[in-house]
Design a protein around this ligand. Structure first.
Ligand code: NAD
Ligand code: ZN
Length: 359
C-alpha cells in the first residue's frame, strides 16, 4: 500500500507523519543518519528487529533496547538508566533515537531524546491507535511526578513519525476502542463528515481493516498537525479545542487512579457529558445531542464505578476562584464539527449531565 504523508509545519523543525500499512521496514527512506538507538516496548520486539534489520541494510549501526512499558515507566528513576545505555551505545549528537510503542514509550523516550546531550533527533513509531492519532504528534514529552501526571517534560518535536497501521494488529480490543474515542473527539470538534465516516465504518475500524484505519489515522494526524502548527506550546488557546471531552475524562481517570479506564474510554464518557452540557447550556439542539449521545452510549466502554459519587468525580476539576460562583472553561459543541468555549458552566450543570449518563 502506498504511504501518505501529513506535514507538521513549524519554523525550522517541520516534519512528516508517514501513514500506511507495512511501512516500518521502509523507514530509512524518510530519515537520514548512521546510528540508531531503537527503544521499544518489549511487546514489540519483533517490530524493533524488523526496523533494525532494515536500517542496517541501509548502512546504519543499530542498538535495540527493550523496556517494560506501563505508566510506571514515566518516572525519573525508571528512565534514568537509559541515559547510561545511550552513552554505552555511543549515541552522539548525530544519532537518532527510535521510540517504538504506545503513548507511554513516546512520552518517556521523547523526554530522554529531548534531554540527552541537550536534545538529539528522534523518530516516533507509535504502536497504539491512541498514539497514532494523537500522542505521537506535537512534541509534548513527559514523565510523571508523585503530585501529578506529565508534570515534568519538554517540548521536543520528533524528526519523523511513522504510523504503520499493521503494527496495531495485536492491540487489545479495549486499546482499539480507546484510540477510536480520541478519533471521535477530532470528528466532533472539527468535521461532521468524518464523524459520519467513523459511525458508518465502526465495524471495519474495530477490525483494524488496513485501508479504513489508514484513512482514519491520516485524517486525525492532519487535524492534530494543523493545531500544533498554529499553537505548538499550547499558549494561544487554539490547542485548547483538543480538550473536548477531557475536562470530565481527565477527572474520571484521576479519581479511579488511572486503573479503571483507558484514556480514550474516559474521553468517550467525557464526550457524553460534554454533549449533554452543550444541550443544557443551549448551544446544541436537544435532538442532535440525543443522537450523538446514543452513538457514544453504544460503544463498549466500562461503566463509571457506582461507588463514586458525582461530587467525587468532579472534585479534581479546578474551578477558577476569581470568577463568580467558581466556573471552568469548558469546550462544548454547537453541532457536530463546531466547538464553543463556555465559561459559564456551573457545577450543577456538570452534576446534571454526569448523572444523566449514569442512569
Ligand atoms: N504527548 C501527548 O501529547 C499525549 C497525548 C495523550 C496521551 N499521552 C500519554 O499517552 C499514554 C497512554 O498511551 P497509550 O494509550 O498508547 O498507552 P500505552 O503506551 O501504555 O499502551 C497501552 C498498552 O498497549 C500495549 N501495546 C502497545 N502497542 C501494542 C501493540 N501494537 N500490540 C499489543 N500491545 C501493545 C502496551 O504495552 C500497553 O500495555 C499516557 O501516559 C498519556 O499521558 C500523551
Ligand atoms: Zn486525549
Amino acid at each position: 500500500m502506498k504511504a501518505s504523508k501529513v506535514r507538521v509545519a513549524l519554523p525550522g523543525r517541520s516534519y512528516d507523519i508517514v501513514v500506511g500499512s507495512g511501512i516500518l521496514s521502509r523507514a530509512a527512506k524518510w530519515v537520514r543518519g548512521d546510528r540508531a538507538i531503537i527503544i521499544t516496548d518489549s511487546r514489540l520486539r519483533r517490530a524493533a528487529a524488523e526496523l533494525s534489520a532494515s536500517l542496517r541494510r541501509a548502512g546504519w549501526k543499530t542498538t535495540v533496547l527493550p523496556l517494560q512499558a506501563s505508566e510506571k515507566l514515566k518516572n525519573f528513576e525508571r528512565i534514568y538508566p537509559l541515559y547510561g545505555k545511550l552513552l554505552e551505545a555511543g549515541a552522539d549528537r548525530h544519532s537518532v533515537i527510535f521510540a517504538i510503542g504506545g503513548g507511554v514509550i513516546g512520552d518517556a523516550v521523547g523526554f530522554v531524546a529531548g534531554t540527552y546531550l541537550r536534545g538529539i533527533r528522534w523518530v516516533g513509531v507509535p504502536t497504539t491507535l491512541l498514539a497514532q492519532v494523537d500522542s505521537s504528534i506535537g512534541g509534548k514529552t513527559a514523565v510523571n511526578h508523585p503530585k501529578g501526571k506529565n508534570l515534568i517534560g519538554v517540548f521536543h518535536q520528533p524528526s519523523l513519525v511513522l504510523c504503520d497501521v499493521a503494527l496495531l494488529r495485536t492491540l487489545s480490543r479495549r486499546d482499539v476502542v480507546s484510540g477510536l474515542g480520541e478519533a471521535i473527539k477530532y470528528a466532533l470538534a472539527f468535521d461532521p463528515a468524518f464523524y459520519r465516516f467513523i459511525q458508518a465504518q465502526w465495524e471495519r475500524l474495530c477490525r483494524l481493516d488496513p485501508g479504513t484505519t489508514t484513512r482514519l489515522v491520516r485524517r486525525c494526524a492532519a487535524f492534530k498537525a494543523r493545531i500544533v502548527s498554529r499553537d505548538e506550546r499550547d499558549l494561544s488557546g487554539i490547542r485548547e479545542v483538543l480538550n473536548l471531552g477531557h475536562t470530565i475524562g481527565h477527572a474520571l481517570e484521576k479519581v479511579t487512579r488511572y486503573g479503571s479506564f483507558r484514556h480514550g474510554e474516559a474521553i468517550i464518557l467525557g464526550l457524553r457529558v460534554a454533549v449533554r452540557i452543550s444541550a443544557i447550556r443551549g448551544h446544541l439542539k436537544a435532538g442532535e445531542a440525543a443522537r450523538i449521545d446514543a452513538f457514544l452510549a453504544s460503544l463498549p466502554v466500562p461503566p463509571i464505578p457506582s461507588r463514586l459519587k458525582s461530587s467525587t468525580i468532579l472534585a479534581p476539576i479546578r474551578f477558577d476562584k476569581k470568577v463568580r460562583e467558581g466556573r471552568v472553561r469548558f469546550v462544548l459543541l454547537e453541532r457536530a464539527g463546531k466547538t464553543i468555549l463556555d465559561h459559564g458552566v456551573s457545577r450543577a450543570d456538570m452534576v446534571r449531565a454526569l448523572e444523566g449518563i449514569r442512569r
